[in-house]
Design a protein around this ligand. Sequence first.
Ligand SMILES: C[S@@+](CC[C@H](N)C(=O)[O-])C[C@H]1O[C@@H](n2cnc3c(N)ncnc32)[C@H](O)[C@@H]1O
Length: 240
Amino acid sequence: MTPKTGTLYGIGVGPGDPELITLKALKVLQKIPHIFASCSSKNSYSLALSIVRCHLNGAGIEHLPFPMTRDPQVLQEAWEKNAIRVLEVLDAGSDAAFVTLGDPLTYSTFGYLLKTLKRLQPGVRVVTIPGITSYSAAAALTHTPLTEGEESFSLVSGALGAARLREVADKSDNIVMLKTYRNFGEIYRTLDELDLLDRAVCISRCGLDGETVVENLRDLKAESMPYLSMIIIKKKGKGY
Ligand SMILES: C[S@@+](CC[C@H](N)C(=O)[O-])C[C@H]1O[C@@H](n2cnc3c(N)ncnc32)[C@H](O)[C@@H]1O
């Protein structure tokens, strides 16, 4: 008889507060024997894992190193290696979970893992459990409606600078920019140029130690931000 292969659960653990996790994710995490968490190739710290650690019941934990590079070949090789390791565990008959910050299909390493797994083994069983995104939690924290009525909304990344912000600034009523930390200076100057500084709020480390909300971006003199920072821009203003 062919042994049963396991299922991989891609679990969004929310943005920081361990209570912002779904019941579905909690139930899986409390019974799953094996948990994968991505980490940088330099150390084994995983924020996603630290968020759910208080919910775990003795699951085995394995880190999957994810090099901090943009070199597509290095990344591809790393994800292939990681996917092969996940498949080994599933093929041995064990279920496993991959925990990831916020939602697993929103700017997440899980998306790369999923694609690689499907390519290597098209029949692989994967269940994705959505998570509360960082920007939903930040909107809740700051009482900022992300869209109302017929308004539009764009989610962009600041990882490569302010170009994406410029692309959507004309077209969208509301914009969320994630990954603002490295290019904050350029993003700030672009918001100033587009006359949007007074329409923006900056949220760092939402739900975590050191949580900060800056309602007036002009107060942000520094050109650097914590890694976990984002900007919510409402072109029509908050309305209160
Ligand atoms: C790789 S993306 C992960 C997004 C995540 N999957 C989600 O659903 O929100 C990392 C970026 O998400 C944002 N982020 C994630 N958690 C955050 C938090 N607790 N506070 C503020 N920003 C956060 C930051 O912009 C950070 O640079």
